[in-house]
Design a protein around this ligand. Structure first.
Ligand code: WTA
Length: 648
């Protein structure tokens, strides 16, 4: 290995693994050479009501992109995640819930999970939800959120989970786009000692244009909320006397499982659609191999179920494997910066999976917080969501993993359904900052921006994937053309990830971040277009351009250039107002970090904003602006540089 900083699998990791180096290499080679046979075998890990006879039927050929896996198989995901474990592990904890308030917790066994999910499913049915219907779930991180998801899966309804931090408007757009007639929410959520007015947000969303027939409300904080007769139902009342058994609906492998909205480089968020069979095989297989999950271990992924990481690695992957999955309602800094470590200590967590932004924030808080807790239960620690800088990786390895645990950096996306690039713990040596090597069946391709495939091992460019894998998204809800044009048009015959990357001489992948207009703020994906459209929605704003800039904790920060309507005054008060405005329009995660008043934006003569220049100024790298000769008014740039906001 060429790089100096290489962390080889420990003896313990090798002894514990499902794939040693040679096994990984062998399995990987086979997954590429004989995908049909490989995946037919891997798919046996889940229970099929009717076995498939066809394995792979996929094409990335533009414009006839079509992706089908196990297409004539029949199964039910909830039955796979619950029922099939009952005989062997009915009394084992399926979910350990740790509340926002350190005094609160709950353990849900597989037997209990079965009962809860069945009851939930029967309530949905009683309220007219049928196979194929969409159901929007807008919930705090409480067990009922996973009951709701699994209940939908049980009866064949398609869930659309909307992160509880999104605003009423963002929620309304997502309800409308997939035409959910039922919304599941809670009176309020709890985060960091504060309450989140979830039900009030739903009311607002339904006032602002979205439509729903039924709002099912879970009583969580118990505080008073408004209920609209004829539309809103308390779940606990609706569930009274409801049967605690509900047969699992036989689903075709390609029946939709969920829609999850994510940001793209243009326009409104898109509803990424995942289907049943391939997704579950992918979720279960990656969860087992990437974490080397062993029976009886306690596994904790700190994501929110509102993101894909929560879908695949809190709910579906771990439960399909009969794991104990920990679900945490709170935040890393409440009541203090020791919370994560206390929870690991308290529940004897063996596997911990979090985001680089949390690692950086907790690193900033100081290692004394980590040292207070006994972390000897930990065996593996992972990261996901954004590039992890080597300093954060090394701190994580030293202070959390005590140089004893395996550290994995996993790269994937909402669209990929699960992990695509990650070291397997017993097989692949880690290099801090690299997601290392591809998972079974995944063929990464590095392209020059012009689309030339880089065949040398050492290469740099944009990342695409050559062929389909079972967990891949099938389409964008209601807009297959957008699916095709977003991912398959730029580089014909390949899936384009939107990420830049470097491949080193050992074939390791180093993801460098998005190459499109998608930001990654604390591991949350946001489109610059969404923030711009929120800004220009303000009556005083005439134009806005948003770019990212490096941020120590969040990875990227949100930098907004704003031009006001003629006659408006450029003052600090208005900056605060705009910040609050964007929070209200999209949600707190989209709060602008820096706003720069820009009486003019750098445009070409044809009126196109030169974002490259805006990025450079925001990065405080105005010395290297490159060619500005095509600008309609080069003087604009001087003004931008002079008034730049990101000064060290
Ligand atoms: C980024 C989250 C570097 C990447 C699972 C990707 C990463 C986007 C990593 C997807 C990683 C995710 N290293 N970058 N290990 N993991 N990303 O859809 O830019 O919320 O395209 O899925 O996050 O974000 P999404």
């Amino acid at each position: 290995m060429s790089d100096q900083l290489v962390f080889r699998p420990s003896e313990a990791a090798v002894a514990n693994t499902y794939a040693t180096k040679s096994q990984y290499e062998e399995m990987y080679a086979r997954s590429i050479r004989e995908p049909e046979a490989f995946w037919a075998e891997q798919a046996k890990r889940i229970d099929w009501i009717k076995p498939f006879t066809k394995v792979k039927n996929t094409s990335f050929a533009y414009p006839d992109v079509s992706i089908k896996w196990f297409e004539d198989g029949v199964l039910n995901i909830a039955a796979n995640c619950i029922d099939r474990h009952l005989a062997t592990r009915g009394d084992q904890a399926a979910i350990i819930w740790e509340g926002d308030d350190p005094g609160t917790q709950e353990v849900i066994t597989y037997n209990q999970l079965h009962k809860e999910v069945c009851r939930f499913a029967n309530v949905l049915k009683a309220n007219g939800v049928k196979k194929g219907d969409r159901v929007t779930i807008y919930m705090p991180m409480i067990p009922a959120a996973s009951y709701a998801m699994l209940a939908c899966a049980r009866i064949g309804a398609v869930h659309s989970v909307v992160f509880g931090g999104f605003s009423p408007d963002a929620l309304a757009g997502r309800i409308t786009d997939c035409q959910s007639r039922v919304v599941i929410t809670a009176d309020e959520g709890r985060r960091g000692g504060k309450t989140v007015p979830l039900k009030a947000n739903v009311d607002q969303a339904l006032k602002n244009g979205a439509e729903a027939d039924t709002v099912l409300v879970i009583r969580n904080t118990g505080n008073d909320i408004a209920m609209q007769a004829g539309r809103d139902l308390w779940f606990h009342e609706a569930a009274e006397g409801v049967d605690s058994d509900c047969p699992a609906e036989p689903m075709n492998a390609e029946d939709p499982l969920f829609v999850l909205y994510t940001s793209g480089s243009t326009g409104r968020p898109k509803g990424v659609l995942h289907t049943t069979g391939g997704y579950l095989v992918w979720a279960a297989l990656t969860h087992q191999y990437a974490f080397d999950y062993q029976d009886g271990e306690v596994y904790w992924c700190t994501a929110d179920v509102g993101w894909v990481t929560g879908h695949t690695y809190i709910v579906y992957g771990p439960l399909a494997n009969g794991a104990t999955t920990l679900m945490f309602e709170g935040i890393p800094s409440y009541p203090d910066a020791g919370r994560f470590w206390e929870v690991i200590d308290k529940h004897k967590v063996n596997i911990f999976y979090t985001a680089p932004t949390a690692i950086r924030a907790l690193m900033g808080a100081g290692s004394q917080w980590v040292d207070k807790a006994d972390l000897s239960s930990l065996r593996l620690i992972g990261s996901v969501g954004e590039p992890i800088n080597p300093e954060a990786w090394l701190w994580y390895n030293k202070h959390v993993g005590h140089e004893r645990c395996t550290v994995i950096d996993t790269w994937w996306q909402t669209e990929t359904g699960g992990i695509l690039i990650s070291p397997l713990p017993g097989a692949v040596a880690a290099k801090p900052g690299s997601a290392t090597l591809p998972f079974f069946g995944v063929q990464p391709v590095v392209l020059s921006p012009e689309g030339v495939v880089q065949s040398e091992t050492k290469a740099e460019g944009v990342l695409a994937i050559k062929d389909s894998w079972p967990g891949q998204a099938r389409t964008i809800w209601g807009d297959h053309d957008r699916f095709v044009s977003t991912y398959f048009e730029t580089y014909k015959g390949l899936y384009f990830t939107g990420d830049g990357c470097r491949r080193d001489e050992d074939g390791y992948y180093w993801i460098t971040g998005r190459v499109d207009d998608v930001l990654n703020i604390s591991g949350h994906r946001l489109g610059t277009a969404e923030i711009e459209s929120a800004l220009v929605g303000h009556p005083k704003v005439s134009e806005a351009a948003v770019v990212g800039y490096p941020h120590d904790i969040k990875g990227q920060g949100i930098y907004c250039y704003v031009t006001l309507m003629a006659g408006e005054s450029y003052d600090d008060e208005l900056k605060t107002e705009l910040r609050n405005w964007v929070r209200k329009e999209i949600g707190p995660i989209a709060t602008p970090d820096l706003i720069q008043w820009a009486p003019g934006l750098p445009k070409t003569r044809s009126g196109k904003i030169m974002r490259r220049i805006l990025r450079k100024v925001a990065e405080n790298e105005f010395g290297s602006l490159g060619d500005t000769s095509t600008l309609a008014d080069p003087a604009v740039v001087e003004n931008l540089v002079e008034n730049r906001q990101n000064r060290p």
